[in-house]
Write a protein that binds this ligand. Structure first.
Ligand code: ADP
Ligand code: ZN
Length: 359
């Protein structure tokens, strides 16, 4: 098992990553709770919910809220629906919310916990690889029709208990999605971790020791950044590597065509190419490309318009006055934010798309 402590301004919490630790949840609780409310979805709950509940104190009152899977759950309606259920379950300020699932469940349950009676304790129990990212740093939110994650707060959990056993049932596509963010963290802050990832033949969700190592390496990079910059001013922007084009591709291809991480992987290829051109660094692009191919990342982009992608990149919340600010790398481990003017960006996206539309 690995444990990483994350220091937030108001409190600090431990992220525990291990195999089988769902059977001893009580060991990781900062205190005892009489009334516990657990949120999960119908794909995850049948596998892991009972184990987690069984490992709580026997006399605790437990209420389950099992919802349909998918991003649509991060809605205003679901938010109020869960609040209603929490009042019905008579949770008080000393109660606990458990979020058993990936980013959707963590964001939703975390946001509900942050506003129920002005905030009650919550614990993340991640079940996806991607959730190593969302469960650290304290950002919780639901969506508004205008955009994703627009209603939210900074609200750190009191603990994160990450049982890598749960990854065995995660679909391959989701494994790829999560590993893209791990590669991102390696590029931003841990060259040795990057070498390790590239040295492997293939992703292997059944190798627990490897998962524990990979997840905790990614979490350490993320922790360092959020500790230095809790509220998203400077450093935290670096976590956006690959996301400027990635978000544009996700939206332009239609949500669901690519998973978040798959789109970010493509966005990273683009950002790294641009970085090599601008700074003359060697960013192991061939190794990265080959790793993506070995692991069946979708790298074929037919029918996307460069003009539309650039327009979306200009609307990115990190951009200012239509000027696109992208995270680039001077070297592995040395991220910088750079302005990229319209013509340079348009030309780069055009030739990138051209290359990515050949199989
Ligand atoms: P993230 O944002 O962390 O990638 P999501 O919350 O979007 O994760 O979950 C992705 C999908 O995978 C959802 O359909 C969810 O129900 C499913 N899922 C999450 N964890 C598991 C798991 N351990 N086993 C099987 N399916 C899972
Ligand atoms: Zn991301």
């Amino acid at each position: 098992m690995e444990q990483i402590t994350v220091k937030a301004s108001q409190s600090s919490y431990k992220v525990s990553v291990g195999a089988g630790i769902r059977h001893r949840l009580a060991d990781f609780l900062p205190k005892t709770y009489q009334n516990v409310f657990i949120v999960s979805d119908t794909r995850i709950a049948p596998h892991y919910l009972d184990d987690y509940i069984a490992s709580l104190l026997p006399n605790a009152k437990v209420t389950k809220k099992i919802i349909e899977p998918g991003e649509a759950a991060k809605s205003k309606e679901m938010y109020f629906d869960i609040l209603d259920s929490m009042f019905e379950a008579q949770l008080d300020r000393k109660s606990l919310v458990l979020a058993l699932g990936g980013g959707v469940i963590g964001d939703l349950a975390g946001f509900v916990a942050s506003t129920y009676m002005r905030g009650i304790d919550f614990i993340q129990l991640p079940t996806t690889i991607l959730a190593h990212d969302s469960s650290v740093g304290g950002k919780v939110a639901i969506n508004h029709e205008t955009g994703k994650n627009l209603i939210g707060s900074f609200y750190p959990p009191v603990a994160v208990v990450y049982d890598v056993d749960t990854i065995t049932t995660l679909p391959e596509k989701e494994v790829r999605s999560g590993y893209a963010e791990l590669i991102k963290e390696a590029y931003i802050g841990d060259g040795a971790f990057l070498d390790q990832l590239f040295a492997r033949e293939k992703l292997d969700k059944g190798n627990q020791d490897q998962l524990i190592k990979d997840l905790s390496s990614g979490i350490k990079v993320k922790t360092k950044i959020v500790e230095a910059d809790e509220k998203e001013n400077d450093m935290r922007k670096f976590l956006n590597l690959g996301h400027t084009l990635g978000h544009a591709i996700e939206a332009e291809a239609g949500y669901g065509t690519f998973t978040h991480g798959e789109a970010v992987a493509i966005g990273m290829l683009f950002a790294l190419e641009l970085s090599e051109k601008r700074f003359g660094a060697n960013l192991l692009l061939d190794e990265f490309q080959s790793w993506l191919e070995r692991n069946q990342y979708p790298l074929y982009l037919p029918d996307l318009s460069a003009a539309r992608l650039v327009t979306r990149m200009q609307m990115d919340k990190k951009s200012e006055n239509k000027e696109v600010h992208m995270v680039l790398l001077r070297e592995i481990g040395q991220p910088v934010t750079e302005k990229v003017d319209h013509d340079t960006l348009f030309d780069a996206v055009t030739s990138f798309l051209e290359r990515m539309s050949r199989t």
